[in-house]
Design a protein around this ligand. Structure first.
Ligand SMILES: Cc1ncc(COP(=O)(O)O)c(C=O)c1O
Length: 399
């Protein structure tokens, strides 16, 4: 890193997911078929009625600045859909619309954390959480979970991790990278611990609509009203509506914190793109039949992916409740040799799979889970089946 650049950069890791995607893109440019399990976005197009609404908005003149925290139409749509699909009433003054959920989380970091603050992050975690905390000079405190507990935080572990410096905890349900989700029953004991503190509870619900096998997503404000003033919900349209490129996400929080985030955003990006906001209104207010089709595809692919991974020698995999990720334990492959070179870490396994059978996954270590790999199953089922066959053959060739 150049000595001219800010010191804060030295503490920040570049995105591991994007690094693997770049390596896969290179193979693709050389003419190879690459199985795309590294990228965290739906392979579906944004539904046509949403695209049409954006075109109409453009023709109507949605080409100017909007209010910093979002258009009244989008905030009204967020209020309606939050009440209908998350089960709690919110007011427009509690909402700040940003350029994606990642941006919403970064605004929050700027508005809420300062040097000396600790932010609890259960591992495995989405890679941006600790980096954003570090970027603003606060300290991420990684709190481990175990696969045998469904990758859910245990209350006694939470209790031990708390300190007088704890400012916030970031929960992600369903989770990237594990797909694990908290039911209401799972959340209540954690709230019991947090009741005795004034810690902010940030819940990233970006995958909340993508749950399977009848799992019921429990949005914290729908049943824990006493925590309302210190609960922060992060949500958006990227995953549910196949709208990753439109960049619309939001926070729902207390009026006073929303005001603080408004100030942060007003001095950085101003408003999220006007056309994208109009598209998000159509997404939230429009029909959901197409979403249900996408969700069913994800659900079916999940079973193909997880059962396929489980059938591979040296690999085990938990069936996730939601999102579109499988998170297999590949430690059973450690010690095996490929052309005389031993597989020692999850990075070795990920690189070997990419080089040998062009299967792009992401190593678990950057997610705080060495020994695991993350496979996104947001891709065609035939590719999943083909890749699993190729992986099985590759494993058989190991010494
Ligand atoms: C857990 C989690 N939160 C937030 C985001 C960011 O979403 P957006 O594309 O809306 O910024 C992602 C994207 O991968 C994610 O996995």
């Amino acid at each position: 890193m150049s000595r001219d650049f800010a010191d804060r950069l030295s503490a920040i890791a570049p995105s591991a997911t994007l690094a693997m995607a770049a390596k896969a893109a290179k193979l693709r440019s050389e003419g190879h078929k690459v199985y795309p399990f590294s990228v965290g976005e739906p392979d579906f197009d944004t539904p046509a009625h949403i695209r049409d609404a954006a075109k109409a908005a453009l023709d109507r003149g949605a080409t100017r600045y909007t209010p910093v925290t979002g258009t009244p139409e989008l905030k009204a749509a967020i209020c309606t859909s939050t009440e209908k699909y998350r089960g709690h009433k919110v007011e427009p003054a509690q909402i700040v619309v940003s350029s994606g959920a990642k941006h919403a989380l970064f605004n929050l970091a700027l508005a809420l954390y300062q040097p000396g603050d600790e932010v609890l992050i259960p591992s495995p975690f989405w890679v941006s959480y600790p980096e954003q905390v570090r970027m603003v000079g606060a300290t991420p405190v990684i709190v481990p979970t175990r696969e045998q507990d469904g990758f859910r935080l245990r209350p006694e572990v939470l209790q031990d991790a708390l300190s007088p410096r704890t400012k916030a905890i970031i929960l992600c349900t369903p989770s990237n990278p594990t797909g694990a989700a908290y039911s209401k029953k799972d959340l209540l004991p954690l709230l019991e611990v947090l009741r005795k503190t004034d810690v902010y509870i940030i819940v990233d619900e970006i995958y909340a609509d993508l749950v399977y096998d009848g799992f019921v997503h429990a949005s914290l404000p729908s049943f824990a009203s006493e925590f309302r003033d210190r609960t922060i919900i992060v949500d958006g349209v990227s995953k549910t509506f196949a709208m990753t490129g439109w960049r619309i996400g939001w926070t729902i929080t207390s009026n006073s914190l929303a005001k603080a985030i408004d100030i942060v955003q007003s001095q950085s990006t101003t408003n999220a793109a006007a056309i994208s906001q109009a598209a998000a209104v159509a997404a939230l207010n429009g029909p959901r039949a197409e979403l249900e089709v996408m969700r069913r595809h994800f659900s079916e692919r999940r079973v193909v992916m997880v059962e396929g991974l489980r059938s591979l020698p040296g690999v085990s995999c938990r069936m996730p409740e939601g999102a579109f990720y499988a998170f297999p334990d590949v430690r059973g492959l450690f010690g095996k040799k490929h052309r005389g070179v031993e597989l020692v870490t999850d990075h070795d396994v990920a690189n070997w799979l990419l080089d040998e059978v062009h299967v792009a996954s992401v190593a678990g270590e950057p997610f705080g889970a060495p020994g695991y790999l993350r496979f996104s199953y947001a891709c065609a089922e035939c590719d999943i089946r083909e890749a699993l066959d190729n992986m099985r053959n590759a494993i058989a060739r190991l010494d």
